[in-house]
Design a protein around this ligand. Structure first.
Ligand SMILES: Nc1ncnc2c1ncn2[C@@H]1O[C@H](COP(=O)(O)OP(=O)(O)OP(=O)(O)O)[C@@H](O)[C@H]1O
Length: 307
């Protein structure tokens, strides 16, 4: 995704703190989301991901800090602001006797006054049902939908107003692999074709790697890493493993600089080099290293890396 760096971020958070009773969950979160970016917020259970998202949605008042979302303070934002923001919460439990078509038509109506030529609102309901893969269930009662189908409906509810900014809290929990892949395609389309900015939480590191332009890791109440999956991996675990065979014999070499090493390998052996593989640390390795470092009491400075 190319981005105009002069643009104001659509989400800007500085020094966000949240305390429940005596439990200090967020101790100073700083984060930005830029226009059209897909940002994944990762962190262990209880790190405060949902709390952060709920503050950004305007559903929770922070204890302290500066929060701007689409240029406004979400705690004081009006209906026009809300129409520009999509939210995917926990499963839709209201109106169990309604059908997905009726629910989306009903909710879509609230967005009509906020339609603009650049962003006609709401979404066409049939197309939206097709987009989330619910065409065959459009006229069934919501109460009879399976968990995964209901989750698709949650996503449709978040999208019906054609939001400029979409918050998704563990959107693919309960999805089968096909629904998950369809959902990833949908997020890419929203970001690439509609310029929708997306902030989502997930525990699925593969999903984060596939979807995110940028990954934020929340641990110990603040953001401890910020960068693309590749950049974070390089930062935390610099060593790569190069594997190849030559005349049927296997070789493995660990190096911090795989590209020059591979170049030298080909200069020396040319076409004799076969089955070449370069393995970098996975996002899982990186994530666990960051979180373990934090949990072992070392307070890591923010790892911010080139995107
Ligand atoms: N309304 C509340 N009152 C008191 N404590 C709360 C409240 N909401 C959340 N917490 C606590 O704040 C901490 C952070 O919760 P939060 O749900 O934001 O974490 P999370 O990172 O989203 O976790 P998970 O990955 O398990 O969903 C937890 O210890 C939770 O028990």
């Amino acid at each position: 995704m190319t981005r105009n760096v002069s643009e104001q971020p659509v989400v800007r958070v500085r020094g966000l703190r949240m305390t429940y009773g005596t439990h200090e969950v967020l101790t100073g979160v700083d984060l930005d989301v830029h226009c059209g970016e897909v940002v994944c917020l990762l962190g262990p259970n209880g790190a405060g991901k949902s709390t952060t998202i709920e503050v950004l949605e305007g559903f929770r008042l922070p204890s302290a800090g500066e929060v701007r979302v689409l240029g406004a303070d979400p705690a004081r934002a009006d209906d026009a602001w809300r129409a520009r923001v999509g939210v995917v919460l926990q499963s839709w439990r209201d109106h169990p006797r309604w059908t997905p078509r009726r629910l989306l038509t009903h909710l879509g109506g609230f967005y009509r006054p906020y339609s603009t030529p650049e962003r006609p609102r709401p979404h066409d309901v049939d197309r939206l049902l097709e987009t989330v893969g619910l065409t065959d269930d459009a006229d069934r009662r919501i109460a009879t939908l399976s968990g995964g189908r209901r989750r698709r409906l949650d996503v449709a509810v978040g999208l019906v107003g054609r939001p400029e900014l979409l918050f998704l809290d563990e959107p693919t929990a309960g999805f089968d692999p096909e629904a998950r892949r369809d959902f990833h395609d949908l997020v890419h389309r929203l970001s690439d074709l509609e310029g929708t900015s997306v902030l989502l939480t997930t525990h699925d590191l593969g999903e984060a790697e596939r979807l995110a332009d940028r990954i934020l890791i929340l641990a110990g109440g603040r953001i401890v890493a910020d960068g693309s999956a590749d950049a974070l991996n390089r930062q935390v675990a610099a060593t790569s493993e190069v594997r190849w065979t030559r005349h049927g014999e296997r070789f493995v070499h660990a190096t911090d600089e795989p590209t020059p090493f591979v170049r030298r390998l080909f200069e020396q052996y040319g076409d004799e080099v076969a089955d070449l593989e370069v393995h970098r640390a996975s996002l899982e390795d990186t994530y666990l290293a960051m979180v373990t470092r934090h949990q072992s009491g070392v307070r890591p400075e923010l790892v911010e890396v080139a995107r």
